[in-house]
Design a protein around this ligand. Structure first.
Ligand SMILES: [Zn+2]
Length: 214
């Protein structure tokens, strides 16, 4: 079993930690892990993650900090590493090779438009074309396990199958509709694969995996 996983077709530097690397929300564990991967913890920028659709553009003054009141970070600074913590929500790593973003997309942030907000910044602020953007979809709770109430049919304007929400498909379709072609879904479910991933729903844990783009 590996300490981290990655998508072989997403050609930019990235990974998601597994349960073997421990709770990377813990700073001591995280710093040790990053150093073991030859990465400098001081170059990491994280969002405090409040289930919003807010994105912040970050620079080197944000080094080694949590940015308040947002669930997505974007930077053009190549020395910065961007991270997102998850245990069931969808971690998205987005880049054209120059601009990069790390996004926390739970159902709420997805509903509120975090994916649209992120891609708008790529296009409008950084003049990146949709066809040049590549997206990594990390491990999250998938339609096999994500049981929700009937109210989600109205929230996402869809019909649930067996009371299960397919957040993967919702995220994928949003990206497609925004013109993105290169979408790399690692196709792993956090809830099913208990030897690999923390799952908030399964274990009510506060422990988190880290998805990183650098
Ligand atoms: Zn599952």
């Amino acid at each position: 079993m590996e300490r981290l996983i990655f998508h072989k077709d997403f050609k930019y530097k990235h990974f998601t930690s597994t349960i073997l690397s421990g709770d990377l929300k813990d700073k001591i564990v995280r710093d040790e892990f990053l150093i073991s991967q030859n990465l400098n913890p001081n170059n990491l920028v994280l969002a405090n993650q409040v289930h919003s659709a807010n994105i912040e553009i970050v620079e080197s003054c944000n080094y080694n900090s949590f940015v308040d009141n947002c669930d997505g970070l974007i930077t053009s600074d190549k020395s910065i590493m961007l991270g997102v913590f998850t245990a069931d929500c969808v971690p998205l790593l987005i880049t054209n090779g120059i601009i990069k973003a790390a996004i926390h997309a739970g159902w709420k942030g997805t509903y509120l438009g975090i994916i649209e907000n992120t891609i708008r910044i790529f296009k409008k602020k950084f003049f990146v074309k949709a066809e040049d953007i590549e997206v990594y979809i990390g491990p999250h709770i998938r339609s096999c396990c994500y049981e929700v109430g009937k109210d989600f049919e109205n929230i996402f304007n869809l019909e649930l199958k067996n009371n299960k929400l397919d957040l993967s498909e919702i995220v994928f379709n949003k990206l497609k509709n925004l013109g993105i072609i290169n979408i790399f879904d690692i196709s792993k479910c956090t809830f099913c694969q208990e030897n690999y991933f923390f799952s908030y729903r399964r274990d009510k844990t506060s422990k988190r995996m880290l998805s990183l783009i650098f």
